[in-house]
Design a binder for this molecule. Structure first.
Ligand SMILES: Nc1nc2c(ncn2[C@@H]2O[C@H](COP(=O)(O)OP(=O)(O)OP(=O)(O)O)[C@@H](O)[C@H]2O)c(=O)[nH]1
Ligand SMILES: [Mg+2]
Length: 295
């Protein structure tokens, strides 16, 4: 039996969370086309007959600009050092840059075994894949490269086999029959954040925190969920609410539908938009919103 912890590391927007969701077979992490979607280390477990992989999805590597980004960067750094193997997720569909190579080298230089999942091959010409692989090898990177597509489910079995090979012999590290370490309450707040990431542009979604005030299941099986959408500027609040509340209504409706799917029950959702000026640079507020807590 092989088992262990495996960190998914890579640039922001590379496709780490999409990959972990498809491998686990359930949504454990939210996904969006915007960088810096994932803010926490999120666990996702897969159990095979003779292996267990405990994935840890991490915040993408991105130039830190504020206190929140710095906490996220630290989460990724720390996670990468405490695992049995690293899957470096590389979005190579537009080629491989010098900064890709520099970051891969940084993570492959330690003692932790690593492989590269070269993802998004569904949106690039097939003939460019060997070119990318050659570029990595020519740069002196000697870990195995697995071309995959999380979206189209291409080559994922090979990837899993490759990951298992990197793991040590040992019993399951997670005994319970769980796929994620995060609570339903956490996923509810993340689903709300995901819909905001999908609907709004520029700085607005990045300055959002979600606070769940109420999360209760009634006797009739309906969930009452009440949450605050905290933004960092008064003008963001106006945009989030929209004309006669149209924007917040739409985004809440999408969120509610996804929450119902996730919980398998009807949801009665109430949302309020609040402003906390520049909270992403105020560590005490960040901690109130669940970021940067000492574990
Ligand atoms: N075409 C294609 N798109 C993909 C694939 N995997 C992910 N994407 C898209 O890439 C975007 C980013 O995906 P995420 O999974 O959120 O990326 P991430 O690496 O977790 O991003 P951060 O959390 O911001 O670091 C989304 O729009 C995904 O739908 C893939 O295999 N093919
Ligand atoms: Mg992510």
């Amino acid at each position: 039996m092989k088992s262990g912890y495996v960190a998914l590391i890579g640039k922001a927007n590379a496709g780490k969370s999409t990959l972990v969701n498809v491998l686990v077979g359930e949504k454990v992490a939210i996904v969006s086309p915007k960088p810096q979607t994932t803010r926490d280390a999120i666990m996702g477990v897969i159990n095979g007959d003779d292996y267990q992989i405990v994935f840890i999805d991490t915040p993408g590597i991105y130039k830190a600009k504020n206190a929140l980004s710095q906490v996220m960067e630290k989460t990724t750094e720390t996670t990468s050092k405490g695992v049995d193997a690293i899957v470096f997720v590389l979005d190579g569909h537009e080629g491989i840059s010098d900064s890709d190579i520099e970051i891969i080298k940084r993570y492959s230089s330690g003692n932790i075994p690593m492989l590269i999942a070269h993802t998004k091959i569904d949106i690039m010409p097939k003939e460019n894949i060997p070119e990318n692989v050659k570029k990595l090898y020519d740069a002196g990177i000697d870990c195995d490269v697995y071309p995959v597509s999380a979206r189209k489910g291409i080559n994922l079995k090979n990837l899993v086999d490759g990951i298992v090979k990197l793991l040590p012999e040992g019993d399951r590290v997670i005994q319970d029959d769980i796929v994620s370490d995060k609570s339903e309450r956490f996923m509810i707040s993340e689903i709300m954040r995901e819909k905001i990431l999908l609907k709004f542009d520029k700085e607005i979604p990045h300055g959002i925190a979600i606070v769940v005030n109420e999360f209760t299941k009634n006797e009739n099986g309906v969930y009452d969920i009440n949450l605050d959408i905290v933004c960092e500027k008064a003008n963001h609040k106006a945009i989030l609410i929209g004309k006669q509340g149209a924007a917040i209504k739409e985004v809440s409706s999408f969120a509610r539908q996804d929450m119902e799917k996730f919980l398998g029950a009807k949801v009665f959702l109430t949302t309020y938009v609040k402003v906390k000026e520049d909270w992403r640079d105020r560590p005490s507020l960040m901690q109130t919103f669940g970021y940067g807590k000492k574990n």
